[in-house]
Design a protein around this ligand. Structure first.
Ligand SMILES: NC(=O)c1ccc[n+]([C@@H]2O[C@H](COP(=O)([O-])OP(=O)(O)OC[C@H]3O[C@@H](n4cnc5c(N)ncnc54)[C@H](OP(=O)(O)O)[C@@H]3O)[C@@H](O)[C@H]2O)c1
Length: 209
């Protein structure tokens, strides 16, 4: 049979943050074809707090091996630089930055051959908003980590990240900070995760702007 460039078989996919605004749309696209396990601090099938290494280890021991790991969660404190404290900045360091990187460092050992990892960054690293420097720092760190980590993986393992614009679904809450931005539908953002999971690319940052 002719080999395709896409994974068409049923996969076992872990989606951290799968009950969130972006996560639930990703899950909606995946669950028609694949087995999806949703993780969250309180929501989902299995509990995890990405800010704690022990919690990530406990989650993978429960879940076991998967074909794909997706993260659609991450917190940051929005604060102008003049008012920001080192403690404020730690929120993004521990959640968006180290939380996602630790998910990779621990999760890689639970990935099957040809598996994939898909992380989440965001537009504010490329298109700054007031008070967004801490989130931008974490987003930039994750994007650089993904690009570099991709060349180290063997066994066919791929890693990408998705950088969403502000979502139409979140715009009511965020519009004061995102003046002049043109929000994108979660549907479009979710397709970038599908490309990462079912496609063949690695080391990419999919900018859905
Ligand atoms: N919405 C947007 O417009 C937008 C745009 C660009 C980038 N992003 C980024 O995309 C990611 C998801 O955004 P969203 O709007 O979908 O968020 P959301 O609606 O708040 O959902 C976040 C999800 O993640 C889980 N979660 C939160 N903290 C967690 C932790 N420490 N460990 C494990 N799970 C955790 C939550 O479940 P529990 O409460 O059960 O933990 C929830 O299911 C965030 O990093 C965000 O910055 C969002």
């Amino acid at each position: 049979m002719k080999k395709t460039n896409f994974r068409s078989e049923r996969m076992r996919i872990l989606v951290v943050g799968g009950k969130g605004t972006i996560g639930q749309v990703i899950v909606g696209k995946l669950e028609k074809k694949h087995e999806v396990i949703i993780a969250g601090r309180t929501s989902g099938d299995v509990q995890v707090d990405l800010t704690e290494v022990a919690s990530i280890e406990r989650m993978f021991k429960k879940v076991g091996h998967v074909d794909a790991i997706v993260n659609a969660s991450g917190a940051a404190k929005f604060q102008t630089i003049e008012a920001m404290t080192p403690e404020d900045n730690l929120v993004a360091v521990q959640s968006k930055l180290l939380g996602q990187i630790n998910l990779v460092l621990i999760g890689q050992h639970y990935l099957l051959h040809d598996g994939s990892i898909t992380l989440t960054t965001g537009i504010m690293k490329d298109d700054p908003i007031p008070g967004g420097a801490s989130a931008a720092m974490a987003n930039g760190g994750v994007a650089a980590f993904v690009k570099s980590a991709a060349i180290d993986f063997t066994q066919g393992i791929r890693i990408n990240c998705v950088s969403p614009n502000v979502l139409e679904e979140s715009y009511d809450a965020y519009q004061e900070s995102f003046k002049g931005f043109v929000p994108v539908p979660a549907e479009r953002v979710a397709m970038a995760y599908v490309k990462s999971i079912e496609g063949k690319q690695t080391g990419q940052e999919y900018k859905v702007y």
